[in-house]
Write a protein that binds this ligand. Sequence first.
Ligand SMILES: [Zn+2]
Length: 252
Amino acid sequence: MRLADATWTDVRDADVDVAFVPVGSTEQHGPHAPLGTDTLDAVAVAEAGAAAYEAAGERSAAAAGEVAVAPPIPVGVAEEHRAFDGTMWVSPEAFRAYVREAAESLPHHGIDRVVFVNGHGGNVEALAEVARRFSRDEAHDGYAVAFTWFEAVGEHTGDMGHAGPLETALLRATNPRLVREDRIEAAREGAADRWGEWVSGVNLAHDSDEFTDNGVVGDPSAGDADRGEVLLDLASDALAELATAVVDRASI
Ligand SMILES: [Zn+2]
């Protein structure tokens, strides 16, 4: 169930096991991919993960209902991309407070298990903290965890980069009209090989323009739509498995 499309009576009458809250970003993704890439990818994985969860049917007494997919949170912790036009960001403090309060409206309706479905590396740390705070809050019985799709795609994870093969592949599979195919070659040529500038395990670069001229890390031409379908399957299956564990754990 997509929460924004449902009516309040639909939600009242539904048997909701868990909510997925997609969390994205509005930030540069090279010359070929849209600013909304992280949000679009998070929504695609959340919706496919909800379908995978529901298709598996009754897995336990607790995990027998449906998923409520919340509307996405579109602006995150992305100041590292501030050199590139159109990028938007909020402070980690504002982000944590907003995401936590938004999620806390769900237990008010008995939806007390939440999985944040994240599409942006810069949000990872803040979302982990939000999930802990949400779960420790004694004002409700909620339990939350944070899932980042590109950390759950097996051997592909090592190719992540930025606006590189994985994100471009997932877009080609799910939102192909938003990929500027005529700029892929330029995106590849101007890309960096690796994220950051590392010495003794420390990244010296606070902002992405310090190591990539066009915003790209990795080769976007190495991610076709078929690879995108594989990524979507891997991420959505991992998300469905996680959601089942979250539902079973919280009902103990
Ligand atoms: Zn991204």
